[in-house]
Design a protein around this ligand. Structure first.
Ligand code: ADP
Length: 701
């Protein structure tokens, strides 16, 4: 029998399978009692076979209740005699034989543990990533962010070295942050030579390439010889490289993302198969660093902007402070000058006021209170009518209106002051004209001229009395001289006759002077009543010319007339006197053989004395070719005793009263008198009189 191999029976074969199966196999009866188990099952339960047989399955389970929900395939937890439990996957085949069930069990404990460990690792990575991300987002200090990143990554990956390599614009670069195990050489602040990091690598990384090299020496790593040497120097066996791309805010970057640097993990102890999760983590962190870089750049820009803005604000602040101090100074100066002005305005013995366009007082000096007893509150912002009352307002109103039309007005009026005394006032309104000729109001200046008036009156009275007293003796002296000149009382020597002639001439001049003074006095005082009637201009002019013809002839002057054909409302004698006065002056001041022209015409528009009136005026003109009158004397010559040349009175026998008398007469007729002249080319004297239009209803007093 020896040597002959007996083929096993089926039964023995099944038994061998049952016994040696690595899967635990159990047979249970219909009441879950364990009927048979194999060796693997005993190992799984951790007890000997006999401790299992005849026992109920649930006795060994961690959660027996689960067993009752009998399923064909499920998991269960088997208690271990030394404590703990095993996780088991089972499949059940019911009724393999009537009332017997087959249970095949597989130990999942180790597998599950590995899965849990993997899960935990994953979880830890996720947690760390979140932590690092938070730190990156919270921190604005780039250096700190980078250091945190390398330290954390080194811990998570259990790598020997993790570093951040910054790529410079010139193609070189440097390791700027590093976390390395103490047994390996640090690479911090080491500049990588260009050949280690050539342009084409940079290109690839710029496009987001990731490199995971399990073994730097392996053929598939495909590393250049110089690079391998470099790796050896730093003991690098495996490496993982992810690019850090920065989304640049800089305007000159055409492409949004640029390669800022690399996040690199080194394994130095041994080669390493990098896992997807690890790669993913590195990438996510590199992204976060990219964000942090943008943030830092933004912050830098922001800080720059803030600094710039702060500088501008500080400058603006300084300017403002300067402006405020300037303004305060200006205000103080203004206050000071206002105080001074007020002091001056209040100190002056005149009324000073400002009246606006609506005729409201806007300013008054203290004299208003002293003179009129009106307090500033009673006057300020009040209308002239309210302040002065109806009667007084009527007197001043026309002047106020003239001033508000933009013309300076001067007039005189009498006023009773608060102490009851009557005073003569001289009032001047000066219009306040702003751009575009707009009248804003007027300044009113009122001075008390009572004293001057009193003196004038006294002077006039004195002159009048003296003149009256002089006239009688003068007349008799004149007559006596005339008689003497006839020679009836005895003949005189020729010298005596010359003396007599002088005496006669001077007496005549004195008579004229006295007569003029008296005339003027009478007209001024209103003692003379003008006897007005319709007068033809021609008749007036002809009469005046006839009166002066002899004198003109003597002086070799031609008198020409252009008398017109108008009728004026005038006192004939006085107007002839006016014309004669003007003619006599014209003859006096004309050169030999020149002409004097007398004319009457309708009034030139600009000299109409009363523009609101519908009355028309006739203008008389006496034009000579004499020496002329300087511009600055054209007004003053109408005042008493005013002569252009003081020697005129002597040379020409004048009194300096003729034009003053003319003005009194013309103004007494409601007309105006004035002179125009060109120095050395002659003068023209004009005066106006109201025209009488026969068919019209114009009434004159
Ligand atoms: P008088 O008696 O001195 O002429 P008037 O009052 O008539 O006094 O004139 C005043 C002054 O005006 C004269 O002294 C003279 O200086 C000047 N005057 C008047 N008329 C003329 C004129 N036609 N040409 C130049 N000067 C004149």
């Amino acid at each position: 029998m020896a040597g002959k191999k007996k083929s096993p029976t089926k039964k023995s074969l099944f038994e061998a399978v049952f016994k040696n199966s690595v899967e635990a196999i159990m047979i249970l009866d219909s009441r879950d009692h364990i009927v048979e188990v194999n060796f693997a099952a005993c190992k799984l339960f951790g007890v000997k076979k006999k401790k299992l047989l005849d026992r109920v399955m649930t006795d060994f389970l961690e959660s027996p209740l689960n067993w009752q929900v009998v399923r064909e395939r499920a998991e269960m937890q088997i208690k271990q005699p030394q404590g703990g439990m095993k996780i088991v996957e089972y499949s059940q085949v019911k009724d393999i034989l009537p009332h017997y069930n087959l249970l095949v069990l597989r130990d999942l404990t180790n597998f599950q543990r590995a899965a849990i460990a993997e899960l935990n690792l994953h979880h830890r990575r996720a947690e760390l990533l979140a932590e690092v991300t938070l730190k990156i987002r919270q921190s604005l200090q780039l250096k700190k962010i980078l250091q945190t990143t390398v330290s954390e990554v080194q811990k998570i990956l259990q790598a020997d070295r993790v570093l951040i390599y910054q790529v410079f614009a010139n193609g070189t670069g440097m390791s700027i942050s590093e976390a390395v195990l103490p047994e390996f050489k640090p690479i911090l602040e080491v500049e990588f030579p260009e050949e280690v990091f050539p342009e084409d690598y940079r290109q690839l990384y710029s496009q987001g390439r990731v490199r995971a090299i399990a073994d730097v020496r392996a053929a598939d790593a495909n590393l250049a010889e110089c690079l391998i040497e470099f790796m050896d120097e730093w003991q690098i066996k495996a490496k993982l490289i992810v690019p850090i791309l920065q989304n640049s805010q800089a305007q000159n970057e055409v492409n949004g993302d640029r390669l800022w640097g690399l996040l690199i993990a080194h394994q130095c102890q041994a080669t390493r198969q990098w896992k997807d999760g690890e790669l993913e983590l590195m990438q996510q962190l590199a992204n976060q660093i990219g964000i942090a870089l943008s943030q830092a750049e933004l912050l830098e820009n922001l800080e720059g902007l803030v600094a710039e803005r702060t500088a501008k604000l500080s400058q603006a602040n300084r300017n403002l402070e300067q402006e405020i101090s300037d303004r305060l100074e200006a205000e103080a100066a203004l206050r000071h000058s206002e105080e001074q002005l007020r002091l001056i305005a209040n100190g002056l013995p005149v009324l000073i006021a400002y009246v606006d366009q609506q005729q409201h007082y806007r300013f008054n000096n203290e004299a208003y209170q002293i003179w009129l007893g009106l307090s500033p509150t009673e006057i300020n912002n009040s209308h002239l009518l309210k302040v002065h009352g109806e009667q007084e307002y009527q007197q001043i109103q026309p002047h106020v209106e003239t001033a508000l039309k933009g013309e300076t007005v001067t007039y005189e009026r009498d006023l009773m002051l608060q102490d009851g005394s009557m005073h003569s006032l001289n009032v001047t309104y000066i219009p306040h004209i702003q751009e575009e000729e707009l009248v804003q109001g007027f300044f009113a200046l009122t001075s008390d001229i009572s004293d001057r008036k009193a003196i004038e009156r006294m002077k006039d009275e004195f002159i009048s009395v003296v003149s009256h007293e002089l006239r009688t003796p003068l007349t008799s002296i004149h007559s006596s001289l005339k008689i003497l000149a006839t020679g009836k009382l005895g003949s005189l020597s020729s010298k005596g006759q010359r003396m007599l002639k002088i005496a006669d001439e001077q007496t005549e001049r004195l008579v004229r002077l006295v007569n003029n003074v008296l005339d003027l006095q009478r007209i001024q005082s209103g003692a003379v009543k003008m006897n007005k009637q319709a007068c033809h201009t021609r008749e007036l002019i002809v009469e005046a010319v006839q009166t002066m013809q002899t004198l003109a002839h003597e002086q070799g002057i031609r008198l020409l007339i252009e008398p017109g054909d108008f009728v004026v409302w005038a006192d004939r004698d006085y107007i002839v006197q006016t014309l004669t006065n003007l003619l006599s002056n014209a003859i006096k001041f004309s050169p030999l053989n020149s002409a004097v022209v007398l004319s009457a015409a309708t009034m030139p528009q600009q000299k109409n004395p009363d523009q609101t009136s519908t009355r028309s005026y006739i203008t008389f003109a006496v034009k000579d070719q004499g020496q002329g009158i300087p511009q600055d004397r054209l007004e003053t010559i109408f005042e008493r005793f005013q002569q252009v040349d003081s020697s005129d009175s002597r040379k020409k026998g004048g009194t300096g009263l003729g034009l003053a008398i003319c003005r009194q007469i013309v103004e007494g007729h409601g007309g105006q008198i004035w002179a125009e002249s060109c120095w050395s080319r002659g003068s023209t004297f004009y005066f106006t009189l109201p025209e009488l239009i026969p068919s019209g209803s114009d009434r004159h007093d």
